[in-house]
Design a binder for this molecule. Structure first.
Ligand code: BTN
Length: 326
């Protein structure tokens, strides 16, 4: 296990540890400990340094661990997973898996990270990814179906994430087309599905999921929309991100497999149940146009229907914003 990871393990009890005792446990000098502490602080880890006492994390924390995720997952999930890479820091778990996919990594390759230095959201946005506050997870899936058939996959992933969240008692969350996960009109989770490969031949899909778990307001100042997290919704500040990762994989893997075989049809009714926007006034933002109307749910292909003053329109892509008060 890398030294920095072992250092965080020692600090994960939230107590003070002196540089000397950490050095002894890790088999390195106090100076080497300090260099790692400094690098962690520069990467955004909130480590207190107190002369005479040592170093401390603000609270105890459970770090992400491959074995804990696998132990909490269903047997069928464990057999579908090829491997789980766990990082302290990566630019983006989707980027990492993209590189792995290009090198031939198989279906079921999973990546999680304690933080992302360049986490990405949909439509070129960034995804705020502070250390150990949230879950950042990506799954690589190879499909015999071409990229063109995979438009509905982001909707299906939204359903799978909601199913997983329900197992944590989050019943009020729902979907804003195509797959924003909101609770109390605030963003709780986001999904970024990226496809590599041919339109009609075999392709690789990277399903990236970010779930806000327990984020401090000062860590979230760069978020430009209202947001919420599992801690705010449940009052529980000890939700295990390892358990959450397992539940997500338990739901996402079979949902993708079903989608691969049967398409969107088995999911349409459930998606409609979770639809938070149907009947509300929306603006649909397209590259060169803004369309205003009343959202009317999705069609059988997953396109958004909007009733406008000039008739009904269908959208296969676009950014939806709900008009205030509607
Ligand atoms: C959105 O804009 O709603 C999508 C956000 C997706 C964020 C996740 S976090 C894990 C994965 N890695 C990334 O860089 N993005 C996705």
């Amino acid at each position: 296990m890398p030294l920095r990871r072992r250092l965080l393990n020692l600090l994960s009890d939230g107590e003070f540890h002196s540089g000397e005792t950490l050095g002894v446990s890790l088999g390195v000098s106090r100076m080497a400990v300090w260099k790692h502490i400094k690098a962690l602080r520069e990467a955004g880890v909130d480590l207190t340094v107190l002369r005479g006492k040592g170093y401390r994390l603000p609270a105890s924390l459970e770090l992400l661990e491959r074995n804990k995720i696998l132990a909490a997952a269903r047997a069928a999930t464990v057999s579908a997973i090829d491997r789980i890479d766990v990082f302290l820091e990566v630019d983006s778990t989707n980027n990492w898996l993209r590189g792995q996919a290009l090198n031939g990594a198989p279906s079921g390759t999973v990546c999680v990270s304690e933080m992302q230095s360049a986490g990405r959201g949909r439509r070129g946005r960034s995804w705020v990814s502070p250390f150990a506050a949230n879950l950042y997870l990506s799954l690589l899936w190879r499909s015999a179906n071409g990229a063109a058939t995979l438009g509905g996959l982001s909707l299906v992933t939204g359903i799978a994430v909601l199913r997983a969240l329900r197992s944590f008692g989050i019943n009020e969350a729902g979907l804003k087309w195509p797959n924003d996960i909101l609770a109390a009109d605030a963003k709780l989770a986001g999904i970024l599905v990226e496809v590599l490969g041919e339109c009609s031949g075999p392709c690789a899909v990277i399903v990236g999921i970010g779930v806000n778990v327990n984020m401090r307001p000062d860590e979230a100042t760069a978020i430009d929309q209202s947001w919420t997290d599992l801690q705010q919704l449940t009052g529980d500040n000890s939700i295990s991100r390892n358990d959450l990762a397992a539940r997500l994989l338990d739901e996402v893997i079979p949902a993708i497999a079903t989608f691969d075989e049967a398409g969107l049809r088995p999911f349409i009714d459930e998606w409609r149940q979770y639809d938070l926007v149907s009947g509300r006034e929306v603006d649909v933002l397209l590259p060169n146009e803004r369309v205003t109307g009343t959202a009317c749910g999705i069609d059988e292909g997953g396109a958004l229907l909007v009733e406008t003053l000039h008739g009904r329109r269908w959208f296969a892509s676009g950014e939806v914003s709900v008009r205030l008060g509607s």
